[in-house]
Design a protein around this ligand. Structure first.
Ligand code: FUL
Length: 463
């Protein structure tokens, strides 16, 4: 990278100023087309299933016998359909967890499904899940644990690099397009991996996949870990954050399991299932804070998601639709400002652009009669970067605007929650933007829309 150069003047002779390239600023960094598409997916599931499931473990130590892996009713389509019930758009399979047991018949090791009784050793679970996903219109991705507690070559970094690289090649070249590739740093303290080599190998076959990387592997990631597994983003969420290396767009992914504290399904305890209220909180504090939700689901020893989990996923999907299926702005009084209307048309494929070069702007919604709401949802068009730096949601109080929510980052999707308020005029006031704001949608919701018929539903009543 070239840093700002000074014009040189030696003995009165001015030297030519060399070409100058400034280091990029946060505001200059925009997402790749792949990142934009991925962020639009919003919600995926990650499936943990392996010898741990049969032994009731979370972190197997690599000594489990392949003979324990013997699901008698495995149905990958059931997993996919259950995930879709919640509204998930893609499914990531843990192809190898830290115990080293591989769910596809890798030629690099015998520690895989081919040494198990499942399907007489002829099964390939990665292929089954990939096929089920595609059949039902879901995208597919894989997780391949670098930490491997079984493989003897793990002790020798160079030999293990060959092993892992070849597994990356296997997964990247045999199962179609991968939406995401999980690089998990867990358990790897002290081990030296050749990550650049792995990623190069991945890119040979998968130029469009997004690499998930946790904090320690930040350099290699197109997506970053949010920093906890509790299902929430605890900070203003910017897609560009400053760490070592050049600034890059790295959206946050929020991974959290459906059953509290359990990624694997070996413990049969329905009491661990998160409630719909807990899942809705997660939804609003992950997707609703501009991040991606990656919900962990875990088949049982039969190779099926338990009916309770399937039902909970369906209830979660229904709760999202109930709360966010009735955009009250749909019934607003339309103006003839076609540009602004693009933020109010309930269509995320169109967007309102504030005047070129502007650093603040607002868009107002007017209703023909009072509307009650307790949620505002705003989506930024991110192709040009994350431009909004500070904003307020305001209602007209008769003699001035009253602020009901105030924050900094919007990003892909921002949900603001507040006490119910009734108003005829509402506005999104963008107080500070790095460049002309681009807003895909500004929407208002009443979380009790379906429960409380006494509320005024002008938004719904006005065609
Ligand atoms: C973590 C792992 O250690 C957990 O077992 C789980 O796979 C989770 C998704 O990632 O780092």
């Amino acid at each position: 990278m070239l840093w700002a150069a000074r014009a040189l003047s030696v003995c009165g002779i001015a030297a030519a100023t060399p070409a100058v390239a400034m280091p990029p600023n946060f505001a200059d960094v925009a997402p790749s087309p792949q990142q934009v598409r991925w962020q639009d997916l919003e919600f995926g599931v990650i499936v943990h299933f392996g010898t741990n499931t049969f032994l009731g473990l979370e972190w197997g130590d690599g000594t489990a016998k392949p003979s324990v892996f013997n699901p008698d009713a495995l149905d990958a389509e059931q997993w996919v359909e259950a995930a879709q019930g919640a509204g998930a758009k893609y499914i990531v399979l843990v192809a190898k967890h830290h115990d080293g047991f591989c769910l596809w018949p890798t030629e690099e090791s015998d520690y895989s499904v081919k040494s198990s009784p499942w399907k007489g050793g002829k099964g390939d679970l990665v292929a089954e899940v990939a096929a089920a996903a595609r059949k039902h219109g879901m995208q597919f991705g894989v997780y391949l644990s670098p930490w491997d507690r079984h493989e003897p070559r793990y002790k020798d970094s160079a030999a293990y690099d060959d092993y892992y690289e070849s597994q990356v090649g296997d997964l990247a070249s045999h199962y179609g397009q991968l939406v995401e590739f999980w690089l998990d740093g867990a358990g790897s303290g002290g081990h030296v991996y050749d990550f650049p080599r792995y990623v190069e190998q991945l890119r040979v076959y998968q130029p469009n996949t997004l690499v998930f990387a946790d904090v320690a592997l930040f350099d290699y990631g197109d997506i970053r870990w949010v920093g906890n597994e509790d299902g929430f983003i605890p900070y203003e969420n910017w897609n560009v954050i400053d760490r070592h290396g050049p600034l890059r767009w790295r959206p946050a992914e929020v991974d959290t399991p459906l059953r509290k504290g359990h990624w694997f399904g070996g413990v049969d305890d329905e009491g661990l299932l998160k409630s719909v209220a807990e899942l809705m909180k997660t939804y609003e504090e992950s997707i609703g804070r501009g991040g991606q939700l990656m919900l962990g689901i875990a088949p049982n020893r039969h190779g099926l998601l338990p009916p309770s989990d399937v039902a909970r996923l369906r209830e979660f999907g229904a709760a999202i639709n109930a709360r966010y299926g009735n955009n009250l702005v749909r019934g607003h009084h339309r103006t003839d400002d076609d540009n602004r209307e693009r933020a109010l048309d309930d269509n995320p494929d169109t967007f309102w652009s504030a005047p070129a070069g502007s650093h603040h702007a607002n868009v107002e919604v007017r209703f023909d009669r009072p509307v009650t709401f307790d949620r505002a949802m705003t989506l930024e068009w991110l192709e040009g970067g994350q431009r909004v730096r500070q904003y307020q949601v305001e209602v007209w109080a008769g003699n001035g605007w009253k602020t009901i929510a105030r924050a900094q980052a919007i990003g892909h999707k921002k949900i603001d929650t507040f006490e119910p308020v009734t108003a005829t005029r509402v506005r999104l006031n963008l107080l500070s933007t790095t460049d002309a704001a681009q807003i895909r949608e500004f929407a208002l919701y009443d979380s009790h829309f379906n429960e409380s018929p006494s509320r005024v539903k002008a938004g719904a009543a006005v065609p």
